[in-house]
Design a protein around this ligand. Sequence first.
Ligand SMILES: Cc1ncc(C[n+]2csc(CCOP(=O)(O)OP(=O)(O)O)c2C)c(N)n1
Length: 204
Amino acid sequence: MSKQAGPHAPNTKVMNRFDLTSRLVSKLKKEEAVIGGIGNTNFDLWAAGHRPQNFYMLGSMGLAFPIALGVALAQPNRRIFALEGDGSLVMQLGCLSTIATLKPKNLAMIVMDNGMYQITGAQPTPAAATTDLIAVAIGCGLTNASWAADEEDFERLVDLSLTATEPMLIGVRIDDKPGTGATRRDPVQIRERFMLGLGTREGF
Ligand SMILES: Cc1ncc(C[n+]2csc(CCOP(=O)(O)OP(=O)(O)O)c2C)c(N)n1
């Protein structure tokens, strides 16, 4: 079941998380960091081809954007991307205000909006029929936030984000497909590998 109605721009195409994640990853040539949220966003990030600069969140919803904010502030010369599900973002809306206030110019966020908590049984989220997450972000002060109309528009927005001078949020409506891969559930390995990938750990 794909969400057809909702508060979003009416002509926004329903796309696919793995396809969009693969399109994003194929554009990354400068060791950009990518933070995947819990579950499907990090499964598809893994399936799109592991990179040493990928971090895969386990267990807690809503932490992809906050973690990415920390990385963006710590490494201002690196571009940072974050992938989050709509249900997870609803759980952590306050981070949008924080990011709008701190304005890291190297941070781009993507919210994968399927209107449901897919991985726990497809229960509807508030984004299904009530909450427009891009409107919320703009209201928080993230003025560089917009829905991607289709895959081509998504790629255009990602290209813009690679040289943006303010934080950017891209909203994509996606189908109800589960993630295509599965990250190994080993938090220590994920953390150490990411630190090596970002050059903050010399070896372990
Ligand atoms: C704080 C917290 N509450 C609940 C859960 C259980 N849980 C794990 S994933 C998930 C749904 C995530 O939904 P969304 O972010 O929209 O991603 P989707 O599954 O749709 O890809 C839930 C409810 C959790 N892991 N952490």
